[in-house]
Design a protein around this ligand. Structure first.
Ligand SMILES: CC(C)(COP(=O)([O-])OP(=O)([O-])OC[C@H]1O[C@@H](n2cnc3c(N)ncnc32)[C@H](O)[C@@H]1OP(=O)([O-])[O-])[C@@H](O)C(=O)NCCC(=O)NCCSC(=O)C[C@@](C)(O)CC(=O)[O-]
Length: 303
């Protein structure tokens, strides 16, 4: 089985990683996190979300965060926009790329965005049309691709239909989210094969939460299937406000370690990334959940 020779990582720590934090995190810390990630070599960093501050208070400073970023010309800083209101706010703040999101579960869609799956896709379409008119790139997300916190099993066909709708409306890439982390490698492969009947593998990204400890195994299964873009979160930060008990995304450090071990290029400095993971974990007052960061720290302490 040939693995891809190069992988692109989409760092989602500043958005997916921090959105569920209950403690106050200053705008300065969020911006410094983004700058440190860019210095570590991440070339796509999802910076924030222009969503309702009533529902996700942690992202209330989206405009302030975005405006304070000192952008590197080699880095893109997409932002999450659930509807036209979010898109307009993102444009006013100067965003150059946006992400829309929908779900393969009716109940999750209603909890997350207060509308049905088809209404949610209509909102995405409206953002995609506005983005096209402004020459802005749009990425799409599908949540609950390997299980739903409310409905349980989700069929690969349901995932494929939503992914196809997002791709057809102009999303340049569709990220497939295992929101609650219940997926396993064989299920991941079956889901990817179903989606790839309608959306080319090169246009798909894997987005795995680590709640059940399967995220890195699912990344490897996706690599074996031909996926070459992965979303990950420094220090394994994160959780979804609408998926009770959900842990963070697969840690970026763990993915980089896996890729290095497979001889796959990703242009990220593991050392700088681990230092960033240690720094943000100290700021949040907790241990990094990345096994690689903890192992490298233990090795440094011995040396
Ligand atoms: C979707 C909405 C906005 C619908 O919002 P709504 O409340 O359902 O309905 P609305 O459209 O009738 O608006 C009501 C109020 O919200 C305001 N509003 C409306 N839109 C916006 C906006 N864009 N930005 C700021 N404010 C907004 C609007 O102005 C109004 O304010 P009021 O008059 O009551 O003062 C809301 O339900 C929401 O923000 N939900 C949060 C969704 C979210 O951020 N979820 C987490 C991210 S998705 C995720 O984590 C999964 C992913 C992507 O990582 C992949 C995976 O792991 O599965």
């Amino acid at each position: 089985m040939t693995l891809p020779s190069k992988v692109r990582l989409v760092e989602v720590g500043p958005r997916d990683g921090l959105q569920n934090e209950k403690q106050v995190i200053s705008t300065e810390i969020k911006v410094e996190l983004i700058h440190r990630l860019a210095s570590a070599g991440l070339r796509t960093i999802e910076a924030t979300a222009f969503v309702s501050p009533k529902w996700v208070p942690q992202m209330a400073d989206a405009a302030a965060v975005f405006s304070a970023i000192q952008p590197l010309p080699t880095v893109t800083y997409p932002v999450l926009t659930p509807n036209r209101q979010g898109f307009d706010a993102a444009m006013a703040a100067g965003a150059k790329e946006v992400s829309v999101f929908s779900a393969a579960s009716e109940t999750f869609s209603r909890k997350n965005t207060h509308c049905s799956m088809s209404e949610s896709l209509e909102r995405c379409r409206s953002v995609a049309e506005a983005a096209k008119a402004e020459h802005i790139k749009v990425r799409g997300y599908v949540s609950c691709v390997l299980g739903c916190p409310y409905e349980g099993e989700i069929t690969p066909l349901a995932v494929a239909e939503v992914a196809r709708a997002l791709f057809d409306m102009g999303c340049y890439e569709v990220s497939l989210g295992d929101t609650i982390g219940t997926g396993t490698p064989e299920k991941t492969k079956a889901m990817l094969e179903a989606v790839a009947r309608w959306v080319p593998l090169k246009k798909l990204a894997g987005h795995f939460h680590d709640t059940w400890g399967m995220a890195i195994a699912n990344v490897y299964a996706s690599l074996q299937t031909g996926v070459s873009v992965f979303d990950s979160s420094v220090a394994g930060l994160g959780g979804c406000p609408y998926a009770p008990g959900a842990l963070g995304n697969v840690a970026t450090e763990d993915v980089v370690w896996l890729l290095q071990g497979c001889g796959i290029e990703c242009d990220v400095s593991l050392e700088a990334l681990v230092n960033t993971a240690e720094w943000i974990s100290r700021e949040l007052g907790r241990e990094p959940s990345s096994r690689v960061t903890r192992a490298l720290r233990a090795r440094r302490n011995v040396a």
